[in-house]
Ligand binder design. Structure first.
Ligand code: P5A
Length: 448
């Protein structure tokens, strides 16, 4: 992509209403634009990151055996009356009436709708287990939408739902998602600590939140510093191996980690040696629930078992804050100059900077490199604009692409370009003919 043809409305200064660094940087980079309180447009740069996050989620969900589908944003109120949640949800739910006076709502979540789909389409025990997910916009009329897309009113969620015959199978489905979430966040360059959690309006009797640490996080968290030493990135798993999956879950849940609501100071003190007790703040990027029959029972979600008897299904639901993640990643990964994208979610793999647009030799070398890098399968943002070098550097640092390939007149004379690693600031002169290979190695070095 040529910057001259891209739409990335950079702001020199952060608008005053932005209180936290991720919100400031997202606005400054032209990633999002607020339309009204808690509702945002995603501009091309921001949408690229959102897309890469969705790609990672899809890949890990598929590995864990979940099937993607798409349910609507608008739901009939009828379903929610059936589960008993229509009144419980209160003012957070946006209620709508259509021209025929039908009561509708903009979905804050989809437990009712998916349960309705399963109860009407699945008749036999042979059709189970089932695990379905979608990535869809939600609306929650939050009292205090704030921090940009971190706590929005309209926000993008990945929500998945499991249906099983027995509590034991349901537990396995829950464990699989637990592990899939660890893998998903790790693949984005994040360490998301699973913490025992309250279930709130979603309900159920077992639940974990996944939180990433950040000073600006809305939740106070208490955990064992042993989490810092854990290696999130490498474990692979055979999802059909129940014991192996349960073992990973056990390994993580046996270490103390709790949000304020669930924190037990006495247990914390007895279980965790003093020097390992950490109190900090975290951002909730995922939340999983096991319901048993909480939704299946009132909604009559049953199948016929092998003996012809009715079985009420065991269900669970599994959420990831997709749009929140974009802000959360920035909170976890930035410096004074701007964003520092982890490679797997970066909007482009690298920025190619032509330091002297209009100089025949640098123009020719930049154009040639651009063509070759794109041909090699790399996502390149090519700064071909006629701006001052200082402005170009500052802009590249601000938008935080993992690598900068800088083409300047002096280097071209010597047959080299400078490659800068955004995260470490390390610079290296690389011969022109080796740049493509160098960048390919650097960018494809993604953890399995
Ligand atoms: C799980 C999937 C649920 O809604 N039902 C379907 C369950 N869980 S949850 O915890 O309420 O939400 C899941 C994740 O969505 C993100 N999230 C938000 N992101 C941005 N703005 C909001 N207002 C918002 N509310 C929830 C969180 O990451 C949460 O973990």
């Amino acid at each position: 992509m040529r910057l001259s043809k891209f739409f990335m409305p950079i702001l020199r200064e952060a608008p005053r209403e932005a209180e936290i660094v991720s919100h400031q940087l997202m606005l400054r980079c032209g990633m999002i634009r607020q339309e009204t309180s808690g509702i945002y447009s995603w501009l091309p740069l921001g949408y690229r990151v959102l897309t890469r996050i969705m790609d990672i989620i899809r890949k890990e969900q598929a590995r864990a055996g979940s099937l993607e589908m798409l349910m609507p944003t608008i739901q009939p109120a009828e379903l929610w009356k059936c589960s008993g949640r229509y009144d419980d949800y209160g003012k957070e739910m946006l209620r709508i009436t259509d021209r025929r006076e039908n009561e509708m709502l903009y979905g804050p979540t989809n437990e009712e709708m998916i349960t309705d789909i399963v109860r009407s389409s699945v008749q036999s025990y042979r059709d189970l287990p089932l695990n379905l997910f979608h990535i869809q916009w939600k609306f929650r009329d939050e009292i205090r939408p704030r921090f940009g897309v971190m706590r929005g009113r309209e926000f993008l969620m990945k929500d998945g739902y499991s249906f099983d015959l027995t509590a034991e199978d349901g537990r396995h489905a829950y464990n699989k998602m637990f592990v899939a979430y660890l893998r998903t966040f790790a693949a984005m360059g994040l360490k998301a600590i699973p913490m025992r959690a309250e279930t709130g309006p979603i309900g159920g009797n077992m639940s974990h939140e996944f939180l990433i640490l950040a000073e600006t996080g809305e939740s106070q968290v208490f955990f064992d510093s042993a989490f810092h030493e854990k290696d999130w990135s490498t474990f692979s798993i055979d999802y059909d191996d129940r014991d192996a999956v349960a073992k990973v879950v056990e390994e993580f849940t046996s270490m103390y980690a709790a949000t304020e609501e669930m924190h037990d100071p006495k247990r914390f003190a007895t279980e965790v040696p003093e020097e390992r007790r950490v109190t900090g703040r975290g951002i909730e990027v995922g939340h999983i629930f096991f319901f048993g029959t909480k939704y299946s029972e009132p909604m009559g979600c049953t199948v016929l078992g092998p003996d012809g008897k009715e079985i009420t299904l065991q269900s669970g639901s599994y959420g990831i804050g997709v749009s929140r993640l974009v802000a959360a990643i920035i909170e976890a990964s930035h410096d004074d100059a701007g964003i520092v994208w982890p490679q797997p979610v970066a909007p482009f793999d690298l920025g190619l900077v032509n330091l002297r647009q209009g100089d025949a030799a640098t123009d020719a070398a930049s154009e040639k490199l651009y063509e070759e890098l794109v041909k090699a399968g790399l996502d390149v943002l090519y700064d071909d604009r006629n701006d001052r070098a200082g402005e170009k550097f500052a802009r590249m640092d601000l938008i935080g692409l993992p690598w900068q390939v800088v083409v300047g007149p002096r280097g071209i004379k010597a047959g080299t370009v400078e490659i800068k690693n955004r995260a470490t600031g390390e610079r290296q002169d690389v011969p022109l003919e080796r740049v493509v290979e160098h960048m390919r190695d650097a960018c494809m070095e993604v953890p399995a």
